[in-house]
Design a protein around this ligand. Structure first.
Ligand code: ATP
Ligand code: RIB
Length: 306
């Protein structure tokens, strides 16, 4: 295990266009919002930023356009310490996410993939980078072909794979066969298993397909399950959430770092929970993500009792 973990991420980079409103409009309704912000996001870029700020060496594999959003995203990633050498620039507009955040911090999101849709295969240098990593983080905002190619490359080189199956969609068996840790939220877990409102049962069903599962449960925390062991639940911290966008990505990136550093799953979950609690108290996705010092202050070292 490297003293400083090296995390590879293959995934999306979006510009988030965020409207803050008291209550999200229903179909056919128009509401007046309070504020509008643009901020770099996308599940791949967010997880990369979370892991880099948590102390890992991180490389993001993906694509942005030649437009201003693309260069803003690239410089934001670099500012957080993410290596963007394998983030390609293509002649397709940068992906955008159109987000409504309500007064309870909840959100609704429409994603326009744009350049993310070009990530259909590994490019030059991608497999070598994945082979040198301690873990590969994947999500589903780039085409499945690209995700499968990356997961298989990781499997060939014995690199641990973590898949956030979001946005939810059916997962082909060739992808699941190359995944070590599946990390859905409760809605994605229900969509994958048909089991709603029973995360333990959903995790049990998912364990027939992958060796380890973490289901995040929003303000109720998270659940870890592995084959042959009793599931463990970790409560969320009681905080006043202002914007939960990117909470799952903060959790994924920091969990991967703590696991790659050799911490036990319960300790890693508690550390990721502290990081996500810090993120939900600030607006934005990657802009809300905490740095290692803040996480350690809030949670103690990942290996320490909390
Ligand atoms: P998103 O898609 O908004 O990024 P998600 O749906 O993937 O998030 P969640 O299950 O909502 O992921 O949240 C991930 C983790 O973040 C939770 O397990 C919890 O630790 C933390 N979290 C989320 N919401 C809150 C909250 N309101 N208060 C405290 N912690 C929270
Ligand atoms: O997971 C949060 C992310 O989902 C946002 O940053 C947005 O870009 C959407 O892709």
């Amino acid at each position: 295990m490297s003293p400083t973990p090296h995390i590879a991420v293959l995934g999306s980079a979006n510009m988030d266009l965020v409207a803050y409103v008291a209550e999200a409009p229903r179909r056919g309704e128009t509401v007046t919002g309070r504020e509008f912000r643009t901020a770099p996001g996308g599940k791949g870029a967010n997880q990369a930023v979370a892991a880099a700020r948590a102390g890992a060496t991180v490389t993001l594999i993906g694509a942005v356009g030649t437009d201003a959003h693309g260069s803003t995203i690239r410089s934001g990633l670099e500012h957080s310490g993410v290596d963007t050498d394998l983030l390609r620039t293509v002649e397709t507009p940068t992906g955008t996410a159109h987000i409504v955040v309500d007064d309870e911090g909840g959100n609704a999101i429409v994603v326009i993939p744009g350049a993310n849709g070009t990530v259909t295969a590994l490019g030059p240098g991608d497999e070598g980078l994945i082979a040198s990593a301690d873990a590969l983080l994947l999500q589903l905002e780039v085409p499945l072909e690209g995700v499968i190619a990356a997961a298989r490359a990781a499997r060939r080189h014995g690199v641990r794979t973590v898949l956030t199956p979001a946005p939810a969609q059916p997962l082909p068996s060739e992808l699941l066969a190359a995944i070590d840790l599946l990390l859905p939220n409760e809605h994605e877990a229900a969509a994958l298993t048909g089991i709603a409102d029973d995360p333990r049962a959903a995790a049990g069903a998912l364990l027939s397909q992958v060796p380890e599962v973490v289901i995040t449960l929003g303000s109720r925390g998270s659940l870890y399950a592995a084959r042959g062991t009793e599931p463990i639940t970790v409560p969320a911290q009681q905080v006043a959430a202002v914007d939960t966008t990117g909470a799952g990505d903060t959790f994924a990136g920091t969990l991967a770092v703590a696991l790659a550093e050799g911490n036990s799953p319960p300790d890693a979950l508690r550390w990721a929970t502290s990081a996500a609690a810090l993120a939900v108290q600030r607006p934005g996705a990657s802009s809300s993500m905490p740095y290692r010092k803040e996480i350690d202050r809030a949670a103690g070292q990942p290996g320490a009792a909390s």
